[in-house]
Design a protein around this ligand. Sequence first.
Ligand SMILES: CC(C)(COP(=O)(O)OP(=O)(O)OC[C@H]1O[C@@H](n2cnc3c(N)ncnc32)[C@H](O)[C@@H]1OP(=O)(O)O)[C@@H](O)C(=O)NCCC(=O)NCCS
Length: 206
Amino acid sequence: MKLLDDSCTLSTKRLLLRPLRPDDAAPLFALFNNWNVVRFLSSPPWPYTANDAEWFVSQVIACSPELNEDVLAITKDGRFIGMIGVRLRKANALQRGPGPNIGYWIGEPFWGHGYMSETLGAFAQHLFKITDAETLYSGAFTENAASLRVQEKVGFVRDGETMLFSKPRGGDFPHVNTALPRTGFQAGGMAGGASAAANLRSRRKI
Ligand SMILES: CC(C)(COP(=O)(O)OP(=O)(O)OC[C@H]1O[C@@H](n2cnc3c(N)ncnc32)[C@H](O)[C@@H]1OP(=O)(O)O)[C@@H](O)C(=O)NCCC(=O)NCCS
């Protein structure tokens, strides 16, 4: 099930999140072909090739059921700097209930400027606005302190642990599951609750 509209575009203070385009494959490859980025993710292959980047972008644009993920490019002053995506998942070892599960990355040259915190706050706010989800899910490998901090800043709380297979590393590693309740986000979320609470009747049932 698709959650984001094909034309979904979100503006934050410094960034623009927009649908992927075919010409994103080259900058995606340039930033993603980096072990410091890929080692913290569960599903990409390693080594990562330009063909992998082109395949991924084409699958997202085609809304491929194989990928089953809605993805936005994170851009700064027109430049592609990373991606954020969401999958609607059933309850599983990574999330205690059914609902949207968010994943993301940003290119290493752009780390440490608050860009992912800004992105995740706006993305979560949008998901709460367009769906009736009571909880958003995410998580990170336990050693990924920067990502867990980003989630904490947005209002995600720890919600369990599991071992998760890392395809690039070729083994199982400890993973922290996290959850962002709608109520917690409205009470303390950095993106603010007023507009997350709006449009009650137009929210998509998931
Ligand atoms: C994790 C990632 C998304 C963070 O992006 P970013 O734009 O640098 O994040 P932000 O600048 O918004 O916030 C990072 C926070 O983590 C903190 N941080 C960074 N490195 C840290 C570390 N080693 N230990 C603890 N905290 C750390 C920063 O100080 C900051 O917190 P603060 O604002 O309270 O000071 C980025 O590093 C990345 O893409 N990494 C590789 C892929 C990845 O891990 N994706 C997520 C998979 S779950």
